[in-house]
Structure formats: structure tokens, C-alpha cells
Design a protein around this ligand. Structure first.
Ligand code: RB5
Length: 180
């Protein structure tokens, strides 16, 4: 199994721990950066791993940032990538068994290196369960296909497609209004 690993500055220390763990465990891994604690932008590193996994250069990816959230959001923009933010071993196992996650994300400001190593161990060791879960993962692919055509990312003019929801801004930034 080939694993790509990357982080921003906020996850750099944790990424170093992950790389060390993978090398100790004999798992072939490629460190795609960042290589210091100098400030960088997490999407730039998330996309390196996500596109590598999409192309098939790597079987799995592991991303770290301060919270694990930013790299997770960014990686999930790449079609074919199913990135899961896991800060416990149960979630790590389930993200593989049920969701066939191919990218794991973690936050250096959230968990310590010991737990992170255990999460990585469980995540790499767990197989996708398939069966009814495969049908659900296929439905995720269907969603990607619906938004992946030419012009994806633009506002959509087709009523009912979902992408028109943000038009006019009525749904934007307003939060949930709970009338009493
Ligand atoms: C960097 O300060 C921080 O925003 C980043 O590491 C990550 O936590 C974003 O989600």
C-alpha cells in the first residue's frame, strides 16, 4: 500500500509523527510537504494528496492541519476522494468499513501523537465492508457526477438541481432562524 502524507504548518509536527510511524511500520509513504513550520495555505497541500490518490499514484492519503477540518474540506473537492476527519479509533474504523474513506485527516491542535498513530494503524488496517455500504458509496459518486460536468462550480440555472439555492443570497450566512 502506497500512502501520501502532507500537512500545512499547523499540522506539520503531527505529519512528522505520522511519517515516522509509517516508516517504522514499513508502510511505503511519500511526504509531500510542508517541510517546516513556516506558514502555508492548507488547500495547496490537501490537493497534492487528493489528486495523487485520484490519479492512483497512491492508495491512500493522510492529511494534517491545525484542526484537520480545512484539509478535509479541500480534499473532498477532488472527485473520487472520500476524506474523513477522525480523532478517535472508532471513527477511523467506520470511515473505512462504511465509507471506504481513501484520505484520513487529523488535527494537531486536537489530538496527540500517540492517539494519531493508533488512528493511522486502525485506519490502514481496516477494509471496506462493501455490501449495502457499496450502494451508498455509489450514491456519493452519483452526486459527484451530477456536479462534475462542464461548468461545475458555477451557479446553476436549472431549477431543482440544488446549485441554485445560493442564488440571491437568501440562504447565505444567515444561520438558522428559529422563530419562537
Ligand atoms: C492554520 O492556522 C489553520 O487554520 C489550519 O491549520 C487548519 O486548522 C484549518 O482548517
Amino acid at each position: 500500500m502506497r500512502v501520501a502524507v502532507a500537512s500545512d504548518h499547523g499540522g506539520w509536527q503531527l505529519k512528522q509523527q505520522v511519517v515516522e510511524y509509517l516508516r517504522e511500520a514499513g508502510v511505503p509513504c511519500t511526504d509531500l510537504g510542508t517541510y517546516s513550520e513556516e506558514a502555508v495555505d492548507y488547500p495547496d497541500f490537501a490537493v497534492l494528496v487528493a489528486e495523487g490518490v485520484r490519479r492512483g499514484d497512491y492508495d491512500r492519503g493522510i492529511l494534517c492541519c491545525g484542526t484537520g477540518i480545512g484539509v478535509c474540506i479541500a480534499a473532498n473537492k477532488v472527485p473520487g476522494v472520500r476524506a474523513a476527519l477522525c480523532h478517535d479509533t472508532y471513527s477511523a474504523r467506520m470511515s473505512r468499513e462504511h465509507n471506504d474513506a481513501n484520505v484520513l485527516t487529523m488535527g494537531q491542535r486536537v489530538i496527540g501523537p500517540g492517539l494519531a498513530r493508533e488512528i493511522v494503524r486502525v485506519w490502514l488496517a481496516t477494509e471496506f465492508a462493501g455490501g449495502r455500504h457499496a450502494r451508498r458509496v455509489d450514491k456519493i459518486r452519483d452526486i459527484e457526477a451530477r456536479y462534475g460536468g462542464p461548468g461545475a462550480g458555477d451557479a446553476c440555472g436549472t431549477p431543482g438541481c440544488g446549485r441554485e439555492l445560493n442564488k440571491g443570497g437568501s440562504q447565505r450566512g444567515g444561520g438558522l432562524s428559529l422563530a419562537g
